[in-house]
Design a protein around this ligand. Structure first.
Ligand code: NAP
Length: 354
């Protein structure tokens, strides 16, 4: 058996905690080495390069920037393409995953390497959200996986749990979502907005990309669901908030809605009304500040209209859900028969009550 090497490309909002988690849980996950690619040599980013280095992750840079990193006292170990070639799994955490696929990854798609990209990279590979469609991952043929975005995870887990329920058959008449997005992440300095901003419905069938992506995620399970999403951006840095309205084909009681929610350990319930309070819980008790539950439903917002329409509001735990799915897909590539058990190492960070 060769060495198991995981390489993360990008050190931003998603990449930085992912490198940290993989390096910290290296032994428990059965990973021998974690490497990461940083594109830009910046003094302001030196602290994070040092911090993840102390956890055991190795810096990789482009050939023409090697000296600039050294000049800033950051010691690279491998060049960018060498790092891809050495790795068993490459997790792209940049907004240019599709571009990187064309430029680099497809030239290294031999020897069973696995490649994973994030939410913005539609078309990169098979869409995946942990717990929703694990059964469609096919060993050998699925070398490229796109982990869906954080809000798409949220839409998907709501549909999966409340509408599809234990039978996993199409019990959804139609679903409507309003995604109220934070303007930017705490780690990002740009793009803050002074007031709420409404976004365009740019997809005639699904409204926005969140609905479209959730549709295609369920399509991997041969389900053809009616999903429509709308988006506005709020002037907050905390968490996204989602209003959902699920019309079911079969009648349901509130007791059964609650039973389905509480049976699913990927869902947290909260009586807290504010994203600040939920975010703060994640900072205190989460993994690298992240809640790994895929959604946090506000208990008192849940309502049943008639006997077939479930309405409520929930929070998307920052980027916790794509982090979890990226780790799950990585472990699936490395250990397809036992990745589920390895994920148990993260169990303390799935909360059912917040
Ligand atoms: N932020 C979230 O909450 C969130 C949630 C779910 C999914 N996503 C998705 O995750 C991806 C990354 O988002 P992010 O928020 O982490 O972005 P980010 O904070 O802006 O970080 C982007 C990272 O990508 C690197 N990068 C950019 N262009 C690159 C290129 N051409 N080659 C190599 N590296 C490049 C940057 O490197 P340098 O800084 O070194 O130049 C930076 O480390 C996007 O697809 C996004 O849609 C984000």
């Amino acid at each position: 058996m060769g060495k198991k090497i995981v390489h993360v490309v990008g050190t931003g909002t998603v990449g930085e905690p992912l490198i940290g988690i993989l390096a910290t849980f290296r032994k428990q996950f059965g990973i021998d080495e974690v490497t990461f690619h940083k594109r830009t040599p910046l003094l302001t980013d030196r602290s994070k390069v040092i911090a993840v280095g102390q956890k055991g992750a190795k810096l990789c840079v482009d050939k023409d920037r090697w000296q600039s990193f050294k000049d800033m006292s950051m010691e690279p170990c491998y060049e960018a393409e060498e790092a891809i070639e050495r790795a068993n799994v490459i997790i792209d955490c940049t907004p240019v995953g599709n571009e990187n696929k064309d430029k680099y990854y497809k030239h290294y798609a031999n020897n069973g390497r696995g490649f994973i990209a994030q939410g913005s990279e539609f078309g990169f590979g098979k869409m995946y959200a942990r717990g929703v469609n694990d059964q469609v991952l096919k060993r050998g043929s699925d070398q490229f996986i796109q982990v869906v975005s954080c809000n798409t995870h949220n839409l998907a887990v709501l549909i999966d749990t409340i509408a599809l329920g234990p039978e996993k058959e199409n019990n959804l008449e139609e679903s409507r979502f309003v995604c109220m997005r934070r303007a930017n992440d705490l780690s990002q300095e740009g793009d803050f907005i002074p007031a709420p901003e409404v976004e365009k419905h740019d997809d005639p069938r699904f409204g926005t990309h969140q609905g479209r992506d959730a549709y295609h995620l369920f399509k991997t399970l041969d389900l053809d669901l009616d999903i429509y999403s709308s988006v506005l951006k709020l002037n907050t840095q905390y968490m996204h908030t989602i209003y959902f309205d699920l019309k079911l084909r079969r009648a349901i009681s509130m007791d059964e809605v609650m039973r389905r929610i509480t049976m699913n350990r990927r869902i947290a319930l909260t009586s807290k009304k504010s994203t600040a309070a939920v975010f703060s819980f994640g900072r205190d008790h989460g993994l690298f500040g992240r809640i790994l539950s895929q959604t946090v439903i506000v208990r008192q917002s849940l309502a049943l209209r008639g006997d077939r329409e479930v309405i409520g509001m929930c929070f998307t735990p920052q980027d916790g859900n794509p982090l979890l799915s990226s780790i799950a897909a990585t472990l699936w590539f490395l250990y397809p028969d036992s990745y589920d058990n390895l994920l148990d190492n993260l169990r303390p960070y799935f909360f059912q009550e917040i």
